[in-house]
Design a protein around this ligand. Structure first.
Ligand SMILES: [Fe+2]
Ligand SMILES: [Fe+2]
Length: 175
């Protein structure tokens, strides 16, 4: 419900029609149910944004882009694939050799975890596996994956900048 409130606050800027918003929350509910999705609230992705918030932001942005640009996609697969794109389930900020190559390896780890918890379609698997393109060399083969790539970078940049702003504010208050 908290996310519904937060996203609705943003609706003035990024408005989805009610039926599409309902669909988005239904898929979010189904994805959270009987899975490890909520574990993502324990891990930070960018700035002060958790992995769970990031995945919801990305799924909402990708869905909004498909609606606004009238791109023909399978909406359920787009939303679910985007919600699970960073389903790696660990803190990638901890210092280790493995985490130093997280950018390259987490799509495969996310796909493995997601396949363990869900029965994924070919589109959803392709989206998760190739979402880090062009950092990883193979591009997604579907429109849903291309939208995810763009929405992911856009949200990552926004979340990182917001995190830096918050840090600056904190430092200024501590002076
Ligand atoms: Fe990722
Ligand atoms: Fe991401």
């Amino acid at each position: 419900m908290k996310y519904k409130k937060n996203l609705n606050k943003k609706r003035k800027r990024r408005e989805l029609p009610d039926d599409k918003l309902e669909k988005f929350y239904r898929i979010l509910r189904e994805t959270r149910k009987d899975s490890r999705f909520d574990m993502n609230k324990e891990f930070i992705q960018h700035g002060s944004t958790t992995v769970r918030e990031h995945c919801i932001n990305v799924a909402h942005t990708a869905y909004y882009m498909s609606y606004k640009l009238k791109i023909d996609v399978n909406e359920e697969e787009l939303i679910r694939g985007a919600l699970l794109h960073d389903y790696f389930l660990y803190d990638w900020h901890e210092k280790s050799w493995e985490n130093s190559i997280h950018g390259y390896t987490h799509p495969t780890k996310s796909l493995k975890n997601a396949c363990h918890d869900f029965d994924l379609s070919a589109i959803e698997r392709d989206m998760i596996k190739h979402h880090m393109f062009p950092l990883t060399p193979t591009p997604p083969r579907c429109r849903e994956g291309a939208l995810l790539c763009i929405a992911d970078k856009f949200c990552a940049l926004k979340e990182t900048l917001r995190g830096k702003g918050e840090l600056k504010k904190k430092r200024a208050l501590n002076k």
